[in-house]
Design a binder for this molecule. Structure first.
Ligand code: ADP
Ligand code: MG
Length: 347
């Protein structure tokens, strides 16, 4: 029995699934979110609806919790730092500062000797011109990107439109002819112990995750490397909690680190049914400093994201014993919005 109250910033499906895992561990949850309809409020012990810059509400939240974590990385670092002065925020806010900034993130990874796609920092059309060896490439906003938002494919210099005024900072990445995408979910504890899930193979459609499966169809060498890179990154960040490293594998079997998510990850949803301890439970255990057990795979599995109005047909469907459907119960259906997921256990 724990007597910890965990504060969670953000109220989407990751927040919901974190709250459910916390309940299992008898950890009390208080969710704060600027989304009045956020589904996690149905699973939290308490819900505070507030803009993240509302000092009074943040103060109320901080007063009620022992530890704070978050379900998305794009929270202003100043707010996390502010909270961290009173209650420990895990993962640490300065980690977030690196990861929410593609330039700092890629520099950090490259400095560890880990390969990424070739890239350059871009502030103007001239910068694109100077880095045209990266074309065809993808121009990505340096901060605040998710699910492909803020990304533009540049096939040639002609795609840089005259009226673009480059009000934000970007990075330009060489476009990879992808053989495969994989991810590694890892939990690191305050005593330095790490627990690494096996690599998950992912398929994206329109830059949004559509399908994940284990085992990933990869060589033992890539399997090892993907896990050891994730471990090195977690160690060097002094990370506490669950994080995910997304990788590209190119046609020549090069393993390239795409990005780090400082949180539980969509590709890890199959761990709920396929492992003895899910990524959500591992995260709660790590940030609350609860005892951990070795990870054990129960079954192979695949997971399909249910996007937008696909949810309608899932609501009326029946499921087999090896199928586990999660309806995020979002109030509004939006095109390509993550509405739920289905995990199928496989032999
Ligand atoms: P987000 O922050 O939106 O998740 P990502 O950088 O992970 O952004 O891009 C989303 C997806 O777009 C990737 O998983 C991949 O499928 C595709 N993508 C992104 N960058 C590249 C690239 N340089 N080459 C090929 N595909 C890419
Ligand atoms: Mg991504």
């Amino acid at each position: 029995m724990s007597d910890i109250t965990l504060g969670i910033i953000g109220s989407g499906q990751l927040g919901s699934l974190l709250c459910q895992a916390a309940k299992k561990l008898k950890v009390k949850t208080i969710v704060i979110s600027d989304d009045e309809q956020g589904p996690a409020q149905d699973y939290a012990d308490e819900f505070i609806f507030s803009k993240y810059d509302n000092k009074d509400k943040i103060e109320e939240f901080v007063g009620k919790v022992d530890i704070v974590t978050y379900e998305f990385e794009n929270i202003p670092v100043e707010i996390l730092n502010q909270i961290n002065k009173e209650k420990k925020v895990l993962p640490k806010p300065d980690i977030n500062k690196v990861i929410q900034n593609r330039k700092l993130e890629k520099t950090f990874v490259n400095d560890l000797g880990i390969k990424t796609t070739d890239w350059a920092f871009i502030k103007s059309a001239d910068d694109v011109k100077e880095n045209q060896e990266l074309l065809p490439g993808i121009l990505k906003t340096n901060t605040l990107g998710y699910d492909g938002h803020g990304q533009f494919v540049l096939n040639s210099l002609a795609d840089v439109k005259k009226d673009w005024c480059f009000t934000a900072d970007y990075i330009l990445e060489k476009k990879i002819n992808l053989k495969k995408e994989i991810s590694v979910v890892i939990a690191r504890f305050s005593n330095g112990e790490t627990y690494t899930y096996e690599p998950i193979e992912n398929v994206h459609k329109d830059q949004i995750l559509k399908h994940s499966k284990i085992p990933a169809d990869i060589s033992p060498k890539i399997f090892q490397k993907a896990q050891s890179n994730a471990k090195l990154i977690a160690e060097k960040l002094g990370y506490i909690g669950v994080m995910c490293v997304e990788y590209f594998i190119d046609q020549n079997d090069n393993l390239l680190t795409n990005e780090i998510a400082p949180r539980v990850h969509n590709s890890g949803h199959l761990t709920i049914n396929a492992f003895n301890i899910s990524q959500f439970e591992a995260h709660i255990r790590a940030v609350c400093d609860l005892k951990m057990k070795p990870l054990k795979k129960i079954s192979n599995a695949e997971m399909n994201n249910v996007l937008g109005d696909e949810i309608e047909k899932f609501k009326n469907r029946s499921f087999k014993d090896n199928e586990f459907f999660y309806d995020y119960k979002k109030k509004e259906i939006k095109d390509k919005r993550k509405m739920g997921h289905l995990t199928i256990l496989k032999s």
